[in-house]
Design a protein around this ligand. Structure first.
Ligand SMILES: NC(=O)C1=CN([C@@H]2O[C@H](COP(=O)(O)OP(=O)(O)OC[C@H]3O[C@@H](n4cnc5c(N)ncnc54)[C@H](OP(=O)(O)O)[C@@H]3O)[C@@H](O)[C@H]2O)C=CC1
Ligand SMILES: O=C(O)C1=N[C@H](C(=O)O)C[C@H](O)C1
Length: 266
């Protein structure tokens, strides 16, 4: 397999540090450089707790790509930075694999257009865990028959965005197939604001943030005399790594933006 040269943004983060181990253990991946909000000029191996990799750290992606040859950018930072990095990478025909969440529908449209203009592949995946992809696919199947649905997503309390990217993607997939329904009682009230959660396309999404959690989601369907719960738990961040590896390999073969790993794993 041909060597894929990678720039990783966010190497000190919970996901980024796990991704470094994945890159290090993948023979056809090479870490060309890393982007960090500090530590510019140092090497990854200089930072405590990170693998002994010689890749140089830059604080600015533009400057990095002036100096370093790269095929793929992996971004695991935070919403506003992920968007900026995606644009810079596409402008320079470096293929982005974005795990960072917080993209709106407008962002996705604009970035998809940019990927088309630049004829450069890009993957934005709200969730890289195979089990989570299946949970979303099974939820889409169920919604055709059980259109009354609520989503409960639960994450660690350091998460910046809500609802999660996974919950938004799940709602989008469900919305593609389910008939329009008015859920709940027509005269229901919210006696404390937010009691019924966020509303998206007629569905309710509830976001739980607690220490001790990693990443979890339940999709609950209600029908006559029955409920169906589809549930996924990521117990640790290594659960996301096979999906990132797959995305890096696949982004080399496409020339448009793909939103969601379910479009890659058929
Ligand atoms: N798609 C998926 O499967 C998954 C996606 N995620 C998403 O990935 C993102 C990262 O999550 P997580 O690792 O938990 O978050 P962390 O907060 O642990 O890590 C984010 C890292 O990004 C760094 N960072 C911030 N600004 C910049 C910048 N300008 N350039 C480079 N690095 C920067 C932060 O450094 P500093 O703290 O010094 O600012 C930090 O080290 C989130 O958006 C999360 O939702 C998470 C898990 C799975
Ligand atoms: O911030 C996280 O941790 C996660 N973010 C992604 C999301 O917003 O769905 C994926 C996973 O749930 C972990």
């Amino acid at each position: 397999m041909e060597l894929i040269k990678i720039v990783l943004a966010g190497p000190r983060g919970k996901m980024g540090s796990e991704a470094l181990k994945m890159i290090e253990s993948t023979p056809h991946f090479h870490l060309a450089a890393a982007i960090d909000s500090r530590n510019g000029g140092k090497k990854i191996k200089d930072l405590p707790g990170l693998p002994p990799l010689d890749a140089v750290i830059y604080e600015d992606l533009d400057i990095c790509l002036d100096e370093v040859q790269a095929d793929v950018l992996i971004d695991l930072t935070k919403p506003e930075i992920g968007k900026k990095h995606l644009e810079i990478a596409l402008e320079r025909k470096v293929r982005p694999v974005i795990g960072t969440t917080g993209f709106s529908e407008d962002d996705l449209k604009r970035l998809s257009q940019l990927a088309d203009e630049r004829e450069t592949g890009a993957i934005i995946a709200p969730n890289f865990a195979i089990g989570a992809i299946l949970m979303m696919k099974f939820s889409q199947m169920a919604a055709k028959y059980l259109p009354h649905v609520e989503i409960i997503e639960k994450h660690h309390d350091q998460k910046l965005d809500s609802p999660s990217g996974t919950a938004l993607k799940t709602a989008q997939l469900i919305n593609e197939v389910r008939e329009a329904v008015k859920q709940g009682h027509p005269q229901e009230t919210e006696d404390i604001a937010g009691a019924r959660g966020a509303e998206l396309d007629g569905m309710r999404i509830h976001s739980v943030r607690l220490p001790g959690l990693v990443a979890h989601q339940e999709v609950i369907f209600g029908g006559e005399g029955q409920t169906l719960t589809i549930k996924h738990d990521s117990m640790n961040r290594s659960s996301f790594m096979p999906g990132i590896r797959l995305a890096v390999e696949n982004v080399m073969k496409i020339d448009q933006l793909v939103y969601g790993l379910e479009n890659i794993i058929q």
